[in-house]
Design a protein around this ligand. Structure first.
Ligand SMILES: [Zn+2]
Ligand SMILES: [Zn+2]
Length: 295
């Protein structure tokens, strides 16, 4: 947790420096900062117990493509989960102009531990929240966002525990070895330019093939390419796949001059998302998790 607290506070410090310099941060960065503050408060007190997986089980799961953290092993302090869920939900609907019933429906979910757990479990297993019973009156995109944001600090805590168990050479799949989430960012490492993916749900990083699509997995080189931004000395790359028409943003750390905070890079590159979507590509993580067999 300490690592995360450091990362969270480093990001907040970086944003503060930016604000001091520019006087005012762009609206979406202010929005992100408020969320990050809420998440950081939870992270400071969130402790999760590392699931006890025998080395043989870890190896077997990784070889079979089963992520290490099943929802049955996900056992945070549920009261904390409930609190942050409600806090984020109410903060989001406060100025959204959405129907007042939406706030009531979200509050009802957060105060019903069974329903909340069922929704989180379905989302975790890769189902669309729109298909979950009892969520009428809530915009599915809003609910997905609240769920993902509320669970992030806890999933991150698990990923810090479990990631060291992952034999990176053994995994190399299109979804996260810890939670099964899809990647939403990637980087080429400083040492040898190897490509790593970043999980959209728990921030775990895993090694992936440089010449394959992180969404559909194709290695057909005719379908894969990338764009660079000339003005940025090619530090950023936008990888696209013609087979599944998705994209992923990538930063080349060999060209980065100062320390890079990956979660912040996601935000600082929103222009690339716009460009990619203008070209007709969609984000590869729109389905946030791959439904997996639970052992
Ligand atoms: Zn993950
Ligand atoms: Zn693809």
């Amino acid at each position: 947790m300490e690592i995360r607290s450091n990362l969270g506070s480093k990001i907040l410090e970086r944003l503060q420096e930016w604000e001091d310099k520019e006087r005012q941060l762009p609206g979406f960065i202010q929005f992100y900062r408020e969320l990050l503050k809420m998440q950081s408060e939870v992270e400071c007190r969130a402790t999760v117990r590392k699931p006890s997986l025998a080395p043989g089980v870890v190896r077997e799961r990784l070889s079979e493509g089963v992520p290490l953290l099943s929802f049955e092993d996900f056992q945070p302090d549920w009261q904390d989960v409930q609190k942050i869920f409600e806090q984020i939900a109410l903060w989001l609907v406060k100025d959204s102009g959405g129907p007042p019933d939406e706030a009531v429906a979200l509050t009802n979910i957060s105060r019903n531990p069974y329903q909340l757990k069922a929704i989180l479990g379905d989302w975790y297993r890769g189902h669309s929240v729109a298909d979950i019973p009892g969520v009428d009156g809530i915009e599915p995109e809003l609910l997905t966002f609240v769920v993902a944001t509320a669970l992030k600090p806890f999933l991150f805590a698990y990923s810090r525990h479990l990631l060291p168990e992952v034999d990176q050479e053994l995994w190399c799949r299109t979804y996260c070895p810890v939670c099964g989430g899809k990647p939403d960012f990637s980087y080429l490492d400083k040492e040898r330019g190897a490509r790593w993916l970043l999980c959209s749900r728990c921030d775990a990083e895993w090694l992936f093939l440089r010449l394959a699509c992180p969404c559909c997995g194709t290695q057909n080189q005719d379908a894969l390419s990338y764009f660079t931004d000339e003005e940025d000395s090619s530090m950023y790359r936008l990888y696209v796949c013609e087979q599944c028409r998705t994209y992923i943003k990538t930063i080349d750390l060999r060209r980065a001059e100062s320390a890079v905070l990956l979660p912040l890079e996601r935000l600082m590159t929103l222009d690339m998302d716009r460009k990619a979507q203008d070209k007709g590509y969609k984000p590869g993580w729109s389905n946030p998790a791959v439904p997996v067999r639970v052992t």
